[in-house]
Design a binder for this molecule. Sequence first.
Ligand code: BES
Ligand code: ZN
Length: 883
Amino acid sequence: MNEPAGAKPTRFLRDYRAPAWRIDEVELDIDLDAAATIVHARLALRQEDAAAPLELDAEALELLELRVDGRMLDAGEFTQGEGRLVVHGARGPLVLESRVRIAPERNTALQGLYLSGTREHGFLLTQCEAEGFRRITPFLDRSDVLARYTVTLRAERARYPVLLANGNADGAGELDGGRHWARFVDPHPKPSYLFALVAGRLESIERAFVTAEGRRVRLVIHAEADAIARCGWAMQCVEHAMRWDEQRFGRCYDLDAFHVVATHDFTMGAMENKGLNIFNAKYLLADPVNATDDDHRHVLAVVGHEYFHNWSGNRVTCRDWFQLCLKEGLTVYREQEFESDLASRTLRRIEDVRLLWRAQFSEDAGPLAHPVRPDRYSEINNFYTATVYEKGAEIVRMLAVVLGRDGFRSGLDLYFARHDGHAATIEDFLAALGDANGVDLSPWLAWYEQAGTPQLRASGRHDAARRCYELTLEQHTAPTPGQPHKRALPIPVAVALFDRAGRALPLRLDGEAGGSATSERVLLLAADAATFRFVDVDEPPTPSLLRGFSAPVRLVQDTPPQALAAIARHESDGFNRWFASDALVRRLFAQALAHGEPDATLFSAWIGCVAGALDESGVDPALVAEMLTVADAGALADGLDEIDPEAVYQARTRVETGLALALAAPLARRHAALGDIDDLAVDPPTQARRRLRNACLAALCRADVAHAPLARAQYERARNLTDRLAALGALLSMRDATAGAALADFATRHAGDALVLDKWFALQAGEPDPRACDRVASLLAHPAFRWSNPNNVYALLGAFALRNPRAFHRADGDGYRLVADAIVRLDALTPQVAARLATAFGAWRRYEPVRRALMHRELERMLGRDRLSPDLADILGRSLAGD
Ligand code: BES
Ligand code: ZN
């Protein structure tokens, strides 16, 4: 495939070569200033391949001086251009010194060193993953070059009183002219993408922590003055994360201080820089009045995630960016387990499966599909995807299930022991897990190498005469770009069988000896098809398949709907109950889409399960809330051959409204019974009750506008953001006469609070009404919206393009035009954000002909612009490939 104009050349995994030069020591001396920062670097370089020239990565740098072993080079001795700095005739070992000038305040890409906020009231910080360090100093900016860093920062004290870099503090002092300095030594060798510095007027909160190994650690969270009061929850989360990693995985922290910094200007969620994590404020700041319950859980998860990278990512890093899932898949898995242990396992699993369905399965079904470990890329920024993260975590989860908790733990111990201080590969990971357990895990490599969502077909047959139940499993994966033929994958399928009374049967496979039989078995489908025969089964059982979503596959089962309804009632496990209910929703949706109405019998079976959960005491309220929440349009459209977003919306609404109408009485009862909830508590049981109460409110308002007073009263009385936003959402969805006033009130109440206003933007942009398009267009001019701020862009344009299919796909194409214009504008500012928004057009071929043509036209129009960033050019090029 040829790259479109503007794209970088494609790199291939098969071309990987170990670095020809290595850097052992780095000394950085950085003179900070928003307009002009001077970076002096001293690199101790070693040559491993005598024939290899010395080529460094260097982007957006003004080179002032270059020296080798102290001698200044003149212009003929090096070449600079196209992102490279080549030193002619260099022979190692040598010491390379460079002096460069950079302009943080002009850096709108937010990669490298940049300014957060304004010059007067902002602070300086860095973002180096994946390839940002080359925008700070010339370097071998690749993850398999690990060096020890000593960093000295200098700056004007009044403007930059706080100076931070990775590692341990190693002195500080005054300089002439109101300036000061601080030095940091990081004893752990690290790749350049983990480098960070922060400088500015920041407040902090601090706690002391003693690790299980007895190390005393200062935990410090830094934020701007107006935000520091909202860091208490995050501090608790840091402490929980550190203790949990010790207890669950035996991993301790390894520096004298752990710093965390919040910024409002960040393209991603957060970043695991060694000892100096940097967070998007939306994943760090939380209190009940200004953040929702979901925000609190997200802070917990993201704080955990970045902290856990200290081992899965930093101590053991990736050999190259093809191996990104090595750190991200494993760390997402660890983060999922952390949240599951500390908050709600059921809720986290449901949310992960919903996300997988909505974002990953659809990615895997379109032109942007790629393996969890891609074998090629043009712009690596575009591979921080649902596939690498979510499917990557699912692979780790499958391995954990197959190896068992202890086996998985000893495998990880071996992985960390073998590769500590080094850069590793997926093969290394599988070898360590396999070696620790005496098994060959090489068949699992196929999960990393093969794109596409496997389809798992299951059919069961009861043989009364032989008292057995035969379960046949077959797998099939459709072709994806560049991969026409697919191999069979190892698929773990967790199974339970229920009898008519809803009891789980003891499971014994044919040929197995007697003894204690368990009620769940994990069958491993290793070939295209296999049949498993369970013995001593007297009556036709009801199978519960893929329990816990034991593999990231599309399950197609011949289970009759009544049996699914039975599972949704009898399953002992909350997730499996939801999963059965969700399977019913999908069938109902398919019927509504095909015939205008869902089948009445099936519908009442589903209502029966949800009503049962709603009335049954002892059921986790969060689970009930999830059963009341119909899968979103994106997830329901998965698997459709030709999507008509308006028809999808109508069919989904039929199902959703049908539920609300059928359950109006029990919903009202439960809503009333949940009246008394502590407004300011955020412990998981309280969150769960609030979640259910708001799910009831949403459903009641959907069923009948007569419930508007309930929502209005809740809006007026709300003391926390969860309840206020839920009420506002309900009013908006009913188009209640007071909705406009409530929206205005909300904006006034929270004026000046960027994170809360982002929710206000997102709520309006996400309203499933074609008019949302006009609303978004006018909100782009709102004073709180800034094009240069990724959070604003994702809140308004992201919610519209990626989460509001009905409005984005308006039949007149206005939604497409609005977003395409925005993408072009953003591309000149923050290419990473522009590229992410552009993925909204990726699945264009799956839409009905009119939309397909309109989307295609916008893709072509964007591609026709000159000066596209490599990020956007890559997404557009792949979206249109084969066209
Ligand atoms: N290492 C990433 C952050 C990152 C992503 C840096 C892309 C550069 C480019 C970090 O560990 C991460 O994965 N962050 C996630 C949040 C996480 C909880 C999944 C993010 O930023 O979305
Ligand atoms: Zn990560």
